[in-house]
Design a protein around this ligand. Sequence first.
Ligand code: NAD
Ligand code: ZN
Ligand code: ZN
Length: 379
Amino acid sequence: MKAVVYKGPRDVVVKNVPDAKIEKATDVLVRITTTNICGSDLHMYEGRTDMEPGRIFGHENLGTVVEIGSAVDRVKLGDRVCMPFNIACGFCENCERGLTGFCLIANPGNAGAAYGFAGMGPYSGGQAELLRVPYADFNCLVLPPDAEEKENDYVMLSDIFPTGYHATELAGVQAGDSVVIYGAGPVGLMAAYSSIIKGASKVMVVDMHKDRLALAEKIGAIAVDDSDGSGVEQVMALTAGQGADRGCECVGYQCCDHKGHEVPNLTMNNLVKTVRPTGGIGVVGVFVPEDPHAKDKLAKHGQIAFDFGQFWIKGQHIGTGQANVKAYNRKLCKLIAEGKAKPSFIISHELSLDRAAEGYENFDARKDGWTKVILKPGQ
Ligand SMILES: NC(=O)c1ccc[n+]([C@@H]2O[C@H](COP(=O)([O-])OP(=O)(O)OC[C@H]3O[C@@H](n4cnc5c(N)ncnc54)[C@H](O)[C@@H]3O)[C@@H](O)[C@H]2O)c1
Ligand SMILES: [Zn+2]
Ligand SMILES: [Zn+2]
């Protein structure tokens, strides 16, 4: 089969590899029809993780079931399915509580597994023609009859729509709240979209890229252009000097100042500044325990200089981590099916699998107009 293989920093190649196959009775095999490039892939693509060369990328996957393990009961041949990026067993202590991003079984010795992901187990990704799906009865979301027609919407259920929603849950967003979101990448835009769906009264999205900010405006959020470094003051002015009720971090450890230099503590401290006293902060942007290639001395060891005193005095609270996609994907699927949500609005490029390298290069450069890239292995 053809697959997107990581060769080394900023180097991916589409090449023939052995077909994915059923390895356990609880697996299914899925022929991938849509698979996205994610901001999480970029940390690996840039060589800022310990991703091993030779591995297949791709954790935002949708396709058709073409083979079924002997112990699979619910999922049927021909079902169109979308897989959460998390691989979860469904029966461990964390899975039982709905915390499928922290499964204790799928990646032994660690909490959490994923397809094609550094540090999340040996599983191959789905930027390929075929994908092996473990614990398939638990992990496959079988899609409604309009799956083919709305495929570009449903594929967002694999990660970024639930992840954006998770950011708002961690922050505690409720109807009437004001929300500030750092990052207008796919995840930040989905956090803004989720806040709007929840009935937030004012949603402010901070970024430096005008194309991404334009998408935030399109869904009814306020674009806060930080390209002159005035983002924090703008948010304070928009909230009468109080700060927003809730805040979401949708950038992660490679966040930059307005001149493009990495400042790993910037978004976290900006959240402390721009969320009101007793407000909530949800952090879904990825932070890593080790970042040997960081320029910053603390960041090399996964540490940041966090304004803990301000955070404490303001009585804020914070929630972090990988999204438990399964906790939300079924509900968000219904919003798409009923025409109440259309997360495909962020897609700028739909490419064949063969053009993956071009997709990575441009999305990684945050080139103007490249807001979200999806790959179509069948085309
Ligand atoms: N927790 C999870 O489950 C989960 C799931 C998916 C992605 N993620 C993570 O979410 C983060 C965002 O993903 P994405 O796909 O949107 O990535 P992306 O890189 O496309 O978007 C990040 C955006 O943040 C902006 N940015 C950089 N510095 C900023 C700053 N100081 N203030 C405001 N904006 C700033 C960039 O211009 C960019 O538009 C990544 O770290 C990704 O790994 C986490
Ligand atoms: Zn992703
Ligand atoms: Zn589990």
